[in-house]
Ligand binder design. Sequence first.
Ligand code: MG
Length: 250
Amino acid sequence: MVVLKTVQEIEKMKLAGKISARALKLAGEMVEPGISTEKIDEAVSKYIKSQGAASSTLGYSGFPKSCCISVNNQIIHGIPSNSCILKSGDIVSIDISANIGGYHGDNAYTFACGDISENARKLINATKESLQKAISVAKVGNRLGDVGNTVEEYVKERGYSVVRDFVGHGVGTSLHEDPSVPNYGKPGHGLRLREGMTIAIEPMVNEGTSEFITLDDGWTIITADKKLSAHFEHTVAITSSGPLILTDPT
Ligand code: MG
């Protein structure tokens, strides 16, 4: 069931979004050669707590950390650890969700560590742009198929594939609510967007195949061909005056 939010509820979600976005910004500023993903997670955890909020990923179905950090061929759900030391050339997808006052925010960004290859840069830029394009069509009256198709077409034109088995989602009093928000679809098809819907749009874009493998840790999702993957996400409210990004750090 899709839960529509009131203007007052969206105001509460702005705070959860802001804390999630500021934590993500802080995490991104720490990305540099030689740091462990554990260290970044520790800082994220500390920051979220300092704001009176809680990480939505910590303990989610048993997930052990306060954020997901997925490096290079890891698509999503990478577990921060002391043994994962970043090096120059890595691309680092960090996904952070925080909740406060009963509402969640959810956002992700792929950061460059040191000097990255031209191919990696292009993948990151295309993924980031596909999210911006998708947000721009997340308007009252359009459909989820318009949003998903926008991502899919944009990245396919550049030779990439979208992950189909993992999708965006509604966000609100739960981290994951209806509806599912796929990164593919047919224009003019799917659920019609209505005022008060709050959704996480999150393109996961692969350099090669869209197929994936789950690592033995039970969480980390990697590309089946070991090529790179990038991930960007915002929590967006559908309002009468257009899409409103709730995961805004400012
Ligand atoms: Mg999400």
